[in-house]
Design a protein around this ligand. Structure first.
Ligand SMILES: O=C(O)[C@@H](CO)OP(=O)(O)O
Length: 249
């Protein structure tokens, strides 16, 4: 049996301000740092040891990984960064407040933009300051790989090659792996691992800073998965995420 740990970054400044974030490189809040420490503590207390770590090129995920590994005294393990683990690109919604957007366009529309599988939010143009093609960290990317917007399906399509070619072979060969990434890029992986149908992924919300442990068989099919932490607090965090996109709670 193989174990894989997925960890969404701790609370970010834009999580706190309830703004669509996507590829915007915002940092953690003090609460987010605490969540990362807590994740590291839980993993240490449960005896987890990692051989390889994977994260995105966004500082909220990178810093969460650093703090988690620091807490576990495992900062020396190899850390691999890839844009393919980035958050889903939120297009022209990036920077907008989610509740204000719901007041303007309706809760239903915001739910579609946030959680539908294959409907993209409105796109950026390449002249927009938020266009990732002007950011040095993406200079090696082909133009067609630089998103102007993404739905979850697009995120699955760009995440899976990295999973299949890089991470899965490591897990298969016995490496103990932690992936620190984002709400929607992890939903993309969870959808794939658990074979969740397109219509049902809408109900999947991954809370910040809570380790999600997957036990996998030799073919990397999930046997079971579970969060480390207080079940009540995890439920409340999931409900709070759902409420972020509502005009009134
Ligand atoms: O804004 C974002 O990039 C994501 C994650 O924080 O939000 P949501 O949960 O609305 O998809």
């Amino acid at each position: 049996m193989k174990k894989l740990v997925l960890l969404r970054h701790g609370e970010s400044i834009w999580n706190k301000e309830n703004r669509f974030t996507g590829w915007t490189d915002v940092d953690l809040t003090p609460k987010g740092l605490k969540e990362a420490q807590n994740a590291g503590r839980l993993l240490r207390e449960h005896g987890f040891i990692f051989d390889q770590a994977y994260t995105s090129v966004l500082k909220r995920a990178i810093r969460t990984l650093w703090v988690t590994l620091d807490e576990m005294d495992q900062m020396w393990i190899p850390v691999h960064l890839s844009w393919r683990l980035n958050e889903r690109h939120y297009g022209a919604l990036q920077g907008l407040n989610k509740a204000e957007t719901a007041t303007k366009y309706g809760d239903e529309q915001v739910l579609v933009w946030r959680r539908s599988y294959d409907i993209q939010p409105p796109a950026l143009t390449i002249n927009d300051d938020r266009y990732p093609g002007n950011d040095l960290r993406y200079k090696e990317l082909a133009n067609q790989d630089i998103p102007l917007t993404e739905c979850l399906k697009d995120t699955v399509i760009r995440f899976l090659p990295y999973w299949n070619d890089v991470i899965a072979p490591q897990v298969q060969s016995g490496s103990r792996v932690i992936i620190t990434a984002h709400g929607n890029s992890l939903r993309a992986l969870v959808k794939y691992l658990d074979g969740i149908p397109d219509q049902e992924i809408l109900n999947c919300n991954i809370p910040t800073g809570v380790p999600l442990v997957y036990e996998l068989d030799d073919h990397l099919k999930p046997i079971r998965n579970y969060y480390l932490g207080n079940p009540l607090e995890i439920q409340e965090a999931m409900q709070a995420m759902t409420n972020q996109g509502k005009s009134k709670i």
